[in-house]
Ligand binder design. Structure first.
Ligand code: SF4
Length: 435
């Protein structure tokens, strides 16, 4: 442990450029001093628990490459640690910068420790889920101290960021009743906190003991991902009083964390119509003072179960182009079932496309280089060159191979009518044989 600073934010504020900041600067093609300054302001979070020593650090911020998160973890239906670990490493291989461990079965501590010992991606958790599993007791029997102890356990295990639903309070109970949302609360963690408050009559422990939580996060450098319990679960609930009221509280909590040098990300919607996304990102940026925004979707329509990786990629691209920094993947199984391996792959690819499309629109340094290389390979009808640039070369190659072209240099889409081939020949003065 470095003795001169506690968190990346503390170091940045002391003018120290940490090895993690150097790595982020190199990956983002930015000067290290710029990264340091952004971390000091809270506009970039480098989620890097001091105990996660195999971490390959990344920065999360709207001016950096958009990062993606993949949710995995052991469950009753998938409880083999090695199989789940293989999925984790495959997700990292496909470009996931973060893995959220949502384990809900068995010895979650062992799997979490395996993750922080072996996985180079940022590791996130939702301690309120784990509390029930960890203590093997019903929610209502858990005390505020029990929840805080689980946060400490995750921090000690090397978790880089924790989603904490600190933004709802007892006032939210009345608001949810009064405003009659169509989908009430759809955040799993948020619903647990809400249920705990209803059953015990107590205040939200993550709100009430926030200062104690900040001390833990400061000690290990755990970034708080301020959960959006009231994220809209359908288009009709988007941008309503419950969502915005919680966002205002998340802004206050962001400020309190920064006062203790604790890094923060703020979570966002949810389901939201296309025309509301841009305004929502701007409101978040002003209320939360530019803290990195982490969105789940947004899903731009409610009617496409089976295709929600697409509805969320559309919204995710728009959100990231408008300022979101971090996209949580959504798979085709969203709203339907636990994702299988193929669903996970489809979700990652869709999120990567959304993130990359936004990065190009935001003019992130060198984001478009690979598209330009793809265009050059296409113009040369260089298929191997195209696979090298493709986001999913396996699928691209399989489609081409399945419908082999009549002429090796073209593809079976247009055959001898290939515009690229005709133009290449015409411009070099060659005869164009169509028939
Ligand atoms: S055949 Fe048509 S689709 Fe295929 S490479 Fe040529 S122009 Fe493109």
């Amino acid at each position: 442990m470095n003795e001169h600073y506690t968190t990346q934010m503390d170091a940045a504020r002391q003018g120290i450029i940490t090895p993690q900041m150097e790595t982020v600067a190199r990956k983002e093609h930015r000067p290290p001093e710029e990264i340091r300054s952004l971390v000091a302001e809270g506009k970039v979070a480098i989620c890097a628990n001091k105990r996660h020593v195999c971490l390959d650090p990344n920065g999360v911020g709207s001016m950096l490459r958009t990062k993606i998160n993949v949710n995995l973890g052991v469950s009753r239906d998938c409880k083999d640690y090695d199989v789940e670990m293989k999925k984790v490493m495959a997700a990292v291989g496909m470009g996931a910068e973060a893995i959220m461990d949502l384990s809900s079965h068995g010895d979650t501590t062992a799997f979490r420790r395996k993750l922080t010992a072996e996985c180079p991606a940022m590791i996130g958790t939702v301690p309120v889920y784990d509390s029930v599993i960890h203590y093997q007791r019903d929610l209502a029997t858990l005390s505020a101290k029990d929840f805080i102890d689980v946060i400490r356990l995750h921090a000690e295990d090397g978790v880089d960021f924790v989603t904490l639903h600190c933004g709802i309070t007892r006032k939210t109970i009345e608001q949810i009743r009064k405003h009659k949302r169509k989908m009430n609360i759809v955040s799993r963690g948020g619903s647990l906190v809400f249920a705990w408050m209803c059953m015990t009559g107590g205040e939200n422990p993550f709100y009430e003991y926030y200062d104690e939580i900040l001390e833990i996060c400061r000690e290990y450098d755990v970034t708080i991902s301020l959960g959006d319990a009231c994220r809209p679960g359908c288009l009709a609930d988007a941008g309503d009083v419950c969502q915005i009221e919680e966002l205002v509280r998340l802004g206050e909590l962001t400020k309190r964390a920064w006062e203790k040098d604790v890094q923060v990300m703020v979570e966002g919607p949810g389901h939201m119509a296309l025309d509301q996304i841009d305004a929502n990102m701007k409101i978040q940026q002003s209320i939360c003072m530019g803290a990195p925004f982490y969105v789940l979707g947004p899903l731009v329509t409610d009617i496409a179960p089976g295709y929600d990786h697409i509805t969320s990629a559309i919204g995710g691209a728009m959100a990231a182009a408008a300022g979101a920094a971090f996209l949580c993947y959504v798979t085709p199984a969203e709203h339907l079932a636990l994702p299988n391996v193929e669903d996970v792959k489809q979700g990652i690819i869709a999120s990567k496309i959304a993130a990359h499309a936004a990065d190009i629109a935001k003019h992130i340094p060198h984001a478009r280089d690979i598209d330009d290389r793809m265009a050059d390979a296409r113009q040369r009808l260089d298929w191997e060159g195209q696979w090298e640039c493709a986001i999913d070369p396996e699928t691209a190659k399989a489609i081409r191979d399945d419908r082999s072209p009549e002429h090796e240099d073209t593809c079976s889409m247009c055959g001898k009518f290939c515009a690229v081939r005709s133009m290449n020949k015409a411009l070099s003065g060659e005869y164009i044989d169509i028939l």
